[in-house]
Design a protein around this ligand. Structure first.
Ligand code: ADP
Ligand code: MG
Length: 682
C-alpha cells in the first residue's frame, strides 16, 4: 500500500485550485493526471526578465517588465495589427502590437491613461520600439525576474503551469531521506522537497535538478534490485554438466575468446542453487546462438530440460533447424512448438515435454502456455530480449522450479542504458566477432539516385547474389508503411519479375514463413520487407541490403538491419538511402554508420548525438520511463544508483529500517512500486 504521506501528491490534478474542465484536456495531453505529475513536469528552460522603469535602446532583444501608460489606440484597416502607443515614466514611446483579434478587445484591455505593468520582448521596428503580444501584470502583481518555461500543450501557458507547480509544491510533504547521507553531502544535494521547490522557481538550479534525477534513477535501480533479490532467493537448482554432450559436438570452428568467457560465466551461474539471471549482449553475428546451445547442453547433461524462446515464428523455426543441425549425432531430442502447431503434432510435443523425452524445446511464447508442462525445466533462454518486458520475464520463471534464465539481445545499447533496462541482471558481452568476417561496406546515397541503386541491384542479381530491400518506417501508420513496401515491390517486379518477394508485419505467420523459405532457398532474389526482418534472420547468400529513408531509423536499428548481410563469406554491401533534407545530427549519424561496424561504438555515439529518449523509448512496454533524468544525467548517475540500491538491499533486504522505509516511498513516488509486493511474498 502506498504510504499515506504521499496522498496529497497522488490526488487528482483537479484538486488544485483553478483546474476545471477547460484545463483537463491540455493537461491530459501532457500526461498530467495527478498532483505529482504537475510537480514532476519540470521546466525545460527559463527567461530572464529585466525589470525596468525606463525604456532603453540597449534592452532591444531582451525580455523586460516595465510600467507603461497607454496613450493612443491605432486601429489599422483590414487585417493589420492593432497598435497601442504607450509611454514609460520618462515619456519614451513604445508600441504594443496585437495581431488578429478585434481592436475592441485591445481597447478594453488597455484603456487610455491607465498604467499597467507590461512584460515582453523589446524589439526595434523601423524607428520605433515595440513589444508584440505583451503579458500584462494584474494590478499589484509583479513579474518574476526569472520565469520558468515549461513544455506546453495547446491551451496552457508557462505562467499557468508555473502557478500550478507552485500549488503542487505547497502540497508536497517533507519526505524522509532515502539517499545515502555521505552521497548526499558530497554532491551537495538539497532535501527532496526543497529540491522540488527550487527547480520550479529557478530552473537553472543544477543541484536541485540533479537530486531529483538521482531519485528517479535510484528508484529505477531499487525496483530492479528487488526483482534481483526475489529471483536469487527462490530455490533453484544447481545444474552441473559433466561435459559428455559438449565433448561430442563437432564444430567447424573454435569458440571466440568472448564466447568461451561467456560460456564459463554461464556455467558458473548454473552451478549455483540460486537461479541465473544473465543478459548476453552481443552484436548481430557475434555468435550468441552457439553460446545458448552450449548452455542448453549443460542443462541436458545435468538431467534437466531446456527451453528457448524466440520472438517470431520465423526465428523459432530457424533456431530449431540450427540446433538440430548442430546437435546431430548427440542423441539430444529437440522439438519445436509455436502457435501454429495444432492437433496431433502438438499433443505429441506436450507429451514428450511432460515425460521428459524431449530435452530441448524451441518456440514462440506458446511454449509457456498453461497447457505446456515440463518434466523438469532447468534453463530458459530468451532470444532478442528487448521484445519482452520484465513482467513476461518473471512469468517464464514460474514454469519449473525457478529455472535459470539466459536472456540474449543483439541491440547493443550503451552500458549505462543497459543498467537502466536490465539492472536486475548480470551482464555478459560478446565483444569479439568470429574471425574472418569482412566488415560490411556501407554507403550513403541520396534518394535522387535511386535509379543507380536499382541498376546496382540488377548487377548483383545477375551475379547470382541475393538482396534485402527495406522500406521506410512510417510513423503512426502501419498502413502507409505497408503501402510503401507494396509499391516498392511492385516497381521492382516490373524490372526483375517474380524474383521479387515481399514480407511485412501484417502477413499471417504462415505466409511470412513461406516467403522467407523461398528467399532462403534462393528462389527469390530480392526480399522487399518492412522491418520484420530486423531480428535474427539468417540467409548467408544475401550480401546486399538497401535501406530506404535510412535517416528515419535509429542507429541501433540500422545497425541491426545491416547485420542481415555479411553472414556468409565474401564482401557485403549496405546502401543507406537518405532524403535530401537532413539535419546536422542526421548527417553525423549516417556518417558514423559508414565508418563503423561496431555496434557498441555506434550505440554509445548515437546516445551522444541523439539522447536517450528515443533509445529508451523503443525498448519496452509497460515499464515506467524516465521523466526527470535526462540522458546525460542517466549516464552520470546510473552506476552510482545501482551500487547504492544493491548495497541497501544487501543491508536491509526487507526495506524495514528507516532508510529502507524512506526508499519505499521513493518507489511509490516514481511508480516503481511493483517490486514492493515481492517484499511481502519473500
Ligand atoms: P547472433 O549473435 O547474431 O545470433 P549467430 O549465433 O547467428 O549470431 O552466429 C552468426 C554466424 O556465426 C553463424 O553462422 C554461426 O555459425 C557463426 N559462428 C558462431 N560462432 C563462431 C565462431 N566461434 N567462429 C566462426 N563462426 C562462428
Ligand atoms: Mg541470433
Amino acid at each position: 500500500m502506498r504510504p499515506d504521506i504521499l496522498n496529497p501528491l497522488f490526488a487528482e490534478v483537479t484538486a488544485l485550485k483553478g483546474v476545471g474542465p477547460a484545463l483537463a484536456k491540455p493537461l491530459e495531453r501532457l500526461k498530467i493526471a495527478r498532483v505529482v505529475d504537475v510537480a514532476f513536469h519540470l521546466p525545460t528552460g527559463w527567461i530572464d526578465r529585466f525589470v525596468r522603469d525606463e525604456l532603453m535602446q540597449a534592452d532591444v532583444g531582451r525580455t523586460i517588465a516595465i510600467p507603461l501608460t497607454p496613450r493612443e489606440h491605432r486601429v489599422s484597416r483590414g487585417r493589420g495589427p492593432t497598435r497601442v502607443q504607450a509611454t514609460d515614466a520618462h515619456g519614451n514611446y513604445v508600441s504594443l502590437v496585437y495581431f488578429g483579434g478585434s481592436s475592441g478587445y485591445v481597447k478594453k484591455l488597455l484603456p487610455i491613461g491607465e498604467a499597467r505593468l507590461v512584460s515582453g520582448r523589446l524589439e526595434q521596428y523601423g524607428q520605433e520600439l515595440q513589444i508584440i503580444h505583451p503579458d500584462l501584470g494584474e494590478p499589484g502583481e509583479s513579474f518574476r525576474e526569472r520565469e520558468a518555461i515549461y513544455p506546453l500543450s495547446e491551451g496552457l501557458t508557462s505562467r499557468r503551469l508555473g502557478a500550478l507547480a507552485t500549488q503542487a509544491v505547497e502540497r508536497a510533504p517533507e519526505l524522509p531521506e532515502w539517499i545515502e547521507p555521505g552521497l548526499k553531502s558530497t554532491r551537495e544535494w538539497p532535501a527532496w522537497r526543497e529540491a522540488l521547490a527550487r527547480v520550479h522557481t529557478d530552473p537553472a538550479d543544477a543541484k536541485a535538478r540533479e537530486r531529483l534525477a538521482y531519485d528517479e534513477v535510484f528508484a529505477n535501480q531499487l525496483a530492479m534490485a528487488l526483482v534481483r533479490q526475489d529471483t536469487r532467493r527462490r530455490k533453484g537448482r544447481a545444474l552441473v554438466g559433466d561435459g559428455r554432450l559438449r565433448d561430442l559436438l563437432k564444430l567447424p570452428y573454435s569458440l571466440t575468446g568472448a564466447q568461451a568467457r561467456t560460456v564459463a560465466e554461464i556455467e558458473g551461474d548454473m552451478a549455483q542453487a540460486s537461479p541465473m539471471l544473465r543478459l548476453l549482449q552481443g552484436d548481430v553475428g557475434s555468435g550468441k546462438t552457439l553460446v545458448a546451445t552450449l548452455a542448453l547442453l549443460i542443462a541436458v547433461e545435468a538431467g534437466a530440460q531446456g527451453a528457448m524462446l524466440a520472438p517470431t515464428e520465423i526465428l523459432a523455426r530457424q533456431h530449431y533447424e540450427t540446433l538440430r543441425k548442430t546437435l546431430t549425432g548427440l542423441l539430444v531430442n529437440v522439438a519445436v512448438l509455436t502457435g501454429r502447431d495444432k492437433g496431433r503434432v502438438r499433443e505429441a510435443t506436450l507429451m514428450g515435454l511432460a515425460d521428459g523425452s524431449i530435452d530441448i524445446l524451441v518456440g514462440t511464447h506458446a511454449i509457456f502456455q498453461e497447457a505446456v508442462r515440463y518434466r523438469d525445466l532447468g534453463l530458459v533462454v530468451v532470444d532478442e530480449q528487448h521484445r519482452f518486458g520484465v513482467a513476461q520475464r518473471m512469468l517464464l520463471q514460474e514454469k519449473g522450479r525457478s529455472p535459470h534464465l539466459l536472456a540474449m539481445t543483439a541491440t547493443p545499447i550503451p552500458r549505462t542504458l543497459t543498467l537502466a533496462q536490465y539492472g536486475e541482471m548480470d551482464v555478459s558481452r560478446l565483444d569479439e566477432m568470429p574471425p574472418g568476417r569482412e566488415p560490411i561496406e556501407t554507403r550513403v546515397i541520396s534518394e535522387d539516385r535511386l535509379d543507380e541503386v536499382v541498376n546496382a541491384l540488377g548487377r548483383h542479381l545477375a551475379d547470382g547474389g541475393q538482396a534485402y530491400w527495406v522500406c521506410p518506417l512510417v510513423e503512426e501508420s502501419e498502413k502507409s508503411d505497408l503501402a510503401a513496401a507494396e509499391m516498392r515491390a511492385e516497381a521492382l517486379r516490373q524490372r526483375f519479375g517474380d524474383r521479387v518477394g515481399l514480407v511485412h508485419g501484417r502477413m499471417k505467420p504462415i505466409e511470412k514463413d513461406a516467403v522467407m523459405a523461398e528467399f532462403s532457398a534462393g528462389r527469390l532474389g530480392v526480399l522487399v520487407a518492412t522491418t520484420v526482418i530486423e531480428v535474427g534472420v539468417d540467409v548467408p547468400n544475401a550480401r546486399l541490403i538497401v535501406i530506404e529513408h535510412a535517416d528515419r531509423f535509429g542507429l541501433a536499428q540500422l545497425h541491426q538491419l545491416r547485420g542481415r548481410v555479411g553472414r556468409g563469406g565474401g564482401k557485403s554491401v549496405c546502401l543507406l538511402i537518405r532524403g535530401n533534407a537532413m539535419s546536422e545530427t542526421t548527417r553525423a549519424r549516417l556518417a558514423l554508420m559508414r565508418e563503423s561496424n561496431d555496434g557498441f561504438r555506434i550505440a554509445e555515439e548515437d546516445l551522444r548525438l541523439r539522447g536517450a529518449g528515443d533509445m529508451l523509448g523503443t525498448r519496452q512496454s509497460g515499464e515506467a520511463a524516465f521523466r526527470l533524468a535526462t540522458p546525460e544525467m542517466i549516464h552520470d548517475l546510473m552506476q552510482c544508483a545501482q551500487d547504492d540500491a544493491r548495497l541497501l538491499i544487501d543491508r536491509d533486504g526487507g526495506l524495514e529500517g528507516p532508510r529502507g522505509q524512506a526508499a519505499r516511498i521513493a518507489l511509490y513516488l516514481f511508480d516503481r512500486d511493483s517490486g514492493v509486493a515481492l517484499l511481502r511474498s519473500g
